[in-house]
Design a protein around this ligand. Sequence first.
Ligand code: MN
Length: 305
Amino acid sequence: MSYDIIGDIHGHANALTALLRKMGYRERDGVWRHAGRQALFIGDFIDRGPGQLETIRIVRGMVEVGTALAVMGNHEFNAIAWNTEDPQKPGHYLRPHSDKNHHQHKAFLAETAEQPALRQAILDWFLTLPLWLDLPGLRAVHACWHPTYMAQLATKLQVGQRLDLKLLEAACRRGSQEHRAIEAILKGPEVKLPDGLQFRQGDQMRCEARTRWWEASAVTFRTAAIVDRATEPTLPDTPVPADVRFGYDGDKPVFVGHYWMDGEPKLLTPRVACVDYSAGRGEPLVAYRWDGETDLDGRNFIAAK
Ligand SMILES: [Mn+2]
C-alpha cells in the first residue's frame, strides 16, 4: 500500500482540500478518494481554524469508508476530556474548564455550539481513533514513538490501540503511569530546564521543553531541548535525564505531527519525518508521499494551502 501521511490540519479545511486535490484525490459521493493510494492523518484535526466541522466531515468520511487511516492527536484527546465529567468530582471535567484550556478549544466549541448531538457523535468517533499505528512498512503516532510507554499501555488499551473512558480517566490524573505514557505519546517527552530557565512557546512562558527524542545523539540540554532561538545559546551543555534520551533506530520509518515546524519540510532523520509545518497558524499543510521506502527521502514532501 502507498500512503500519503497528512499533517496537523487544525480546522483548516481549505488547505486540506487543496492538498488532497494536488495529490490526485477527488471527492465522489461526499468522500475524498484516490485510485491507488490511502491517506493517513496524523491527528490534531480540530481547534484554531475556521473549518472545524468541514475538516471532520472530510477526515471522518474517509476513515469510515476506508480511503484513509487516522491516529489520535492531543487535541482530540483533550476534546473528549473537556466534555467528560470527572466521576470523582461531579460538576468538574477531566480536562479543567480553565480560561487557557477554553481558549485552545473555542473554535471547536463555537462551531458545534448549536449541535450537541453532532458534537457528541464527533467525540464518540474521536474515542475510536488509535493512539498509534504499526503497519507492515511504517509507523504513525501523533508526537512520539516510545516503545516503553507503548508496552506499558498495551494491556490497558482496547483492540487496535484504542482508549476507553476508564483509561481516558486514568490518563487525566497527573502523576499516574497512564498520564505519563499518554502525554509522551500524544505530546512528546518534555524536560524541565535547569536553573529556572524559561522560554517563550506560543503565547506563554514555559520552563519545560519538548525534546528531540528522535535524535540518539541529542543528550544535553543544548542539543535535546526545543526552545526559541533566543534561549538556545543559554542552554547548558549538561546531560538531560536518561528517560528523555532514547532516539529511534527501528527498522520501519516513523511519521509524527505535533511539532509546529517551519520552513521547507525536511526529514528529522532518515527514519523519522514530521509532517506538521504549522498549518494551524496558516502555513501550508504538508504531507509525505510514501511508497514503501525504509529510508525516507526529503523530496517526497508535498505542501498546499
Ligand atoms: Mn499536537
